[in-house]
Ligand binder design. Structure first.
Ligand code: CS2
Ligand code: MG
Length: 401
């Protein structure tokens, strides 16, 4: 078998996605998500200009060798653009291998370790009562775990806050800007989490995302202030570059910490994991070098009792979600999977067999990843430039993100 065709499909069914499609001379196809929110075309061109010429005629069965070729052969290592491009190739090759074997991918990864993949949904609102209402809606739909965010009095346009269970992280055109105040946030966040527990109880997992907005000592203070509310995790309390910051946070609080949606390789999280500075590692198939590399990260995490909690926002396509679920259902140290349902347009362009059932996602049982792309339909949704927003402090300084 040889790779006979490779193409990069850029489309925007509700939001931008970059997808790699490989076809073998036997007619098997494999898909890989290559979406890097706000920098999509950098990965598309990295793939088209520098990676696709290397794939023509290669044996698709040689997944690890292809990974090593693309990683070591480039000389320039790591970083989100490179690792997202490698991820797309890796995921497409696993899709092909599982299709050739006639099995759902998780069977090739060692088979099931559990019956389903526990997911957390997003609840947010402008005010605390709005957020409580959104949480109740999710619990009624069967969710067992909920991430709670809310608007902060005095600030408009807080990231990650909208009505409903999905928000769109990027907006078309140039970046939107909002004003951030750490003081206002630190006053408000413990109040939100206290209200959630006092009104709705402790019978569900509660998560909260700080979006890298605090310094280590501010994060330590927040972790301490919310200990009684039994959080499943506090996410991205400080920017991921501040790895020593996590040691400081640990010295002050027992609130579990999750990090990793912006990390791209095992070397980016090695210290966080091996020094047990975090409890959950949030790296994803698409941004951390694909299924092969993510399994290495999760394998390292297993040794140190760190559990998985992969990123799963709407800017990770259904191709990534399918791949994530096969990994999630098979690894021994799975913790939880983020799940933000995609728009109807996205679901139509990427028909998939995973489905939500009783607070869990189930990967499909068909051979491969269990996801396809409707290329004709995709063509009807051309790329539109879009950016993540920027936060500035009251005096105009760009704030951490
Ligand atoms: C968020 C995301 O889902 C999350 O935890 O942090 O909204 C994230 O900011 C976006 O996926 C970035 O593209
Ligand atoms: Mg996050």
């Amino acid at each position: 078998m040889a790779i006979a065709d490779a193409k990069v499909i850029v489309c925007s069914p509700g939001r931008n996605f970059v997808t790699l499609k490989l076809t073998t001379d036997d007619g098997l196809t494999g898909l890989g998500d290559a979406t890097l929110n706000g920098r999509e075309l950098a990965v598309a061109s990295y793939l088209t200009e520098h990676v696709l010429p290397l794939l023509q005629g290669r044996d698709p069965d040689r997944i690890e060798d292809t990974w090593q070729l693309l990683y070591k052969g480039a000389y320039w290592r790591r970083g989100p653009v490179t690792m997202t491009a490698i991820a797309a190739v890796d995921s497409a090759l696993w899709d092909i291998k599982a299709k050739a074997a006639g099995m759902p991918l998780y069977q090739l990864l060692g088979g099931r370790s559990r019956e389903g993949v526990l997911v957390y949904g997003h609840a947010s609102g402008e005010t605390i009562p709005d957020t409580l209402e959104a949480i109740e809606g999710l619990l009624q739909r069967g969710y067992r775990a909920v991430r709670a965010q809310s608007g902060v009095p005095g600030l408009s346009g807080v990231y990650g806050v909208t009505r409903g269970i999905s928000y769109e992280p990027a907006t078309a055109g140039l970046p939107q800007e909002s004003v951030w105040s750490t003081e206002a946030y630190l006053r408000h966040a413990p109040e939100l989490l206290a209200e959630v527990r006092s009104r709705l109880g402790f019978d569900f997992h509660l998560l909260h995302d700080v979006h890298h907005r605090l310094t280590p000592i501010e994060a330590a203070r927040l972790g301490k202030a919310v200990e009684d509310y039994g959080l499943f995790w506090l996410e991205d309390p400080v920017p991921a570059e501040h790895q020593d910051g996590y040691r400081l946070i640990r010295q002050h609080t027992t609130t579990p910490i999750a990090v990793g949606e912006v990390l791209n390789s095992v070397w980016d999280c090695e210290r966080l994991i091996s020094e047990q500075l975090i409890d959950y590692i949030r790296t994803s198939v698409v941004h951390a070098g694909g299924i092969s590399h993510l399994r290495k990260i999760f394998g390292l995490a297993e040794l140190y009792d760190v559990r998985t909690g992969s990123h799963g926002a709407t800017d990770l396509s259904p191709v990534c979600m399918s791949a994530a679920l096969h990994v999630d259902v098979s690894v021994p140290n799975f913790g939880i999977q983020e799940y933000m349902p995609h728009s109807a347009e996205t679901d139509e362009v990427f028909p998939h067999s995973y489905h939500f059932e009783d607070g869990h996602l189930q990967p499909g049982e068909e051979p491969g990843l269990g996801v396809e792309i409707d290329e004709e339909l995709a063509e009807r949704y051309p790329y539109r430039r879009a950016y993540l927003p920027v936060a500035r402090r009251g005096d105009g300084t760009v704030h951490s993100w």
